[in-house]
Design a protein around this ligand. Structure first.
Ligand code: SF4
Ligand code: SF4
Length: 226
């Protein structure tokens, strides 16, 4: 359990985010956001409650909400389109999630662990997800509908009439230069640092991979100068 000072530090970090004043302009407590929120229909979750906690600066309960509730938001932004105060509860949730990741909260680790393979794929190839990576055990939150997309990408692609789209290789290919540029962006924007906080083993694997790719790129550049 965090001390009050640690909870306060996290709240101050949320409030200091450059998006915060844009996403929170006051709150009537009208509940329109919760009435239209899809996640509120299925989980013990209410965007009105999140906004009220932030608006009243309830440091302890904000920390409490970061333990579980903030991970129920689907980031659909219906709430932002409907709030009479032009608040964005979904945007505030995103800030809270980012702070919880930076602080290595267990709730963030638990939620993000199943996405380790997706991260590995995304960072090492530049592509996010392919159907042959979608396995029911890794995405329990998708429910039974996962059966509709689960499968071998190569087989699924056979159904695409255009010949060039039938191969996995070229469809998912990213140039070395683009990959190296992406690594720099992720480094500069703190993505890799967040990854290290969340999963040190995965970070080590990805860091080795990035080093190798950077060396390959340097070699390629040298070969062009000869
Ligand atoms: S819709 Fe806006 S004003 Fe109403 S409860 Fe939600 S955040 Fe507050
Ligand atoms: S963005 Fe999150 S809080 Fe807002 S309506 Fe969608 S699920 Fe609900």
């Amino acid at each position: 359990m965090a001390t009050y000072a640690e909870m306060k530090e996290m709240f101050d970090e949320i409030r200091a985010d450059f998006r915060y004043d844009h996403e929170l302009n006051g709150c009537l407590n009208c509940g329109i956001c919760t009435a239209t929120c899809p996640s509120a229909q299925f989980y013990d979750y209410s965007p009105r409650e999140i906004v009220q906690l932030l608006w009243t600066e309830n440091v302890e309960q904000i920390y409490d909400a970061m333990q579980e509730k903030i991970w129920a938001c689907a980031q659909c932004m219906t709430c932002a389109a409907r709030c009479p105060f032009k608040n964005s509860p979904g945007g505030l949730v995103m800030i809270m999630r980012e702070v919880s990741i930076r602080h290595g909260m267990q709730s963030a680790k638990d939620v993000l662990r199943p996405f380790g393979r997706v991260m590995l794929k995304l960072i090492t190839t530049g592509n996010q997800l392919s159907p042959d990576m979608i396995q029911p055990d890794h995405f329990p939150d998708w429910g039974p509908n996962i059966q509709k997309v689960e499968g071998d990408l190569r087989i699924l692609r056979k159904a695409i009439p255009v010949r060039t789209l039938q191969t996995v290789e070229t469809a998912w290919e990213v140039s070395l230069k683009t990959s190296v540029e992406m690594y720099t962006i992720w480094e500069m924007t703190g993505v890799l640092k967040s990854l290290e906080t969340m999963d040190e083993n995965l970070f080590d694997v990805i860091e080795d991979f990035i080093d190798e790719k950077r060396e390959d790129y340097e070699d390629w550049l040298e070969s062009q100068e000869r």
